[in-house]
Design a protein around this ligand. Structure first.
Ligand code: IPE
Ligand code: IPE
Ligand code: MG
Length: 245
């Protein structure tokens, strides 16, 4: 059970959903079985985040580096993405969740791109929570594409170089509409960011857990929220300045 009373809830949570392959291999199954099992955790976390009052949830589903995996695994991941879009979007819509896909989707099949557009359009006016799926996403790609768009705005005379601030650059990034990233979770035991939300993670709290993604369900998510609640966020100030009353 989630107890959200008196808890400081992060407005924006991101998750590097790692460990599907190891979860499957340790059970004598194929890596693909691990990815399939991981879909259940996605459902659990989306539901729990929504219930807890999280405003934005960003999930790393496929990195710009994951194309380097065996062709067959990449192809199953694409099929799974398509399957989830086909079967889950209605439920998301019913629960007031807005779905966006962030990343360079131009490399996906035309069919998958169409499905992504459809899902985004169906849910675009929902205000309960923004669920962003990072697919063919890389943090450096995001900053680069933002810089390119900003340069174009300058070239076309819509923006003066002197007026560029951090918030201007932010407005061109993929998560411009989401609140500040408060909490970044990585399952699977590795303590690295793997080119995920580089710009957005400037003052984010990190939670690394050994739990493998298919085992990360409501209880583990609640635990992460508890840990977040215990953190003292100082943003450059001293502990005394920020001590809770
Ligand atoms: C994360 O699990 C899912 C994706 C990267 C798509 P992995 O497939 O990386 O699982 P491990 O890290 O090999 O266990
Ligand atoms: C990061 O996991 C990407 C996703 C979870 C989608 P990886 O398993 O690909 O990360 P590295 O390469 O081991 O750092
Ligand atoms: Mg991995």
């Amino acid at each position: 059970m989630i107890d959200i009373k008196n808890k400081r809830i992060p407005q924006h949570v991101a998750i590097i959903m790692d460990g599907n392959g190891r979860w499957a291999e340790s059970r004598g199954k194929t890596r693909v079985a691990g990815h399939k099992a991981g879909v259940e955790s996605v459902r659990a976390v989306v539901t729990t985040a929504r219930k807890s009052g999280v405003k934005a949830l960003t999930l790393f589903a496929f990195s710009s580096e994951n194309w380097k995996r065996p062709e067959q695994e990449v192809s199953v991941l694409m099929d799974l993405f398509m399957f989830v879009l086909k079967h889950e979007v209605k439920r998301l819509h019913k629960n007031g969740i807005r779905l966006t896909v962030i990343g360079d989707v131009s490399r996906f099949s035309a069919k998958l791109q169409r499905k992504i557009i459809e899902a985004q359009e169906l849910t675009q006016n929902n205000e309960g929570m923004i669920l962003s799926i990072a697919a063919n996403y890389g943090g450096r790609w995001d900053i680069t594409q933002a810089a390119k768009k900003m340069a174009l705005a300058v070239k076309e005379g819509h923006l003066a170089v002197e007026d560029i601030t951090e918030s201007t650059l932010n407005s061109f990034t993929s998560l411009a509409e989401a609140p500040e990233l408060d909490l970044l979770i990585r399952t699977g035991g590795d303590c690295r960011i793997s080119n995920f939300l580089l710009w957005q993670a400037a003052y984010t709290e990190f939670h690394f857990t050994e739990v493998l993604w298919p085992d990360f369900k409501e209880d583990e998510f609640s635990k992460a929220l508890d840990i977040f609640d215990q953190r003292e966020r100082r943003f450059g100030r001293t502990g005394a300045q920020v001590t809770k009353k």
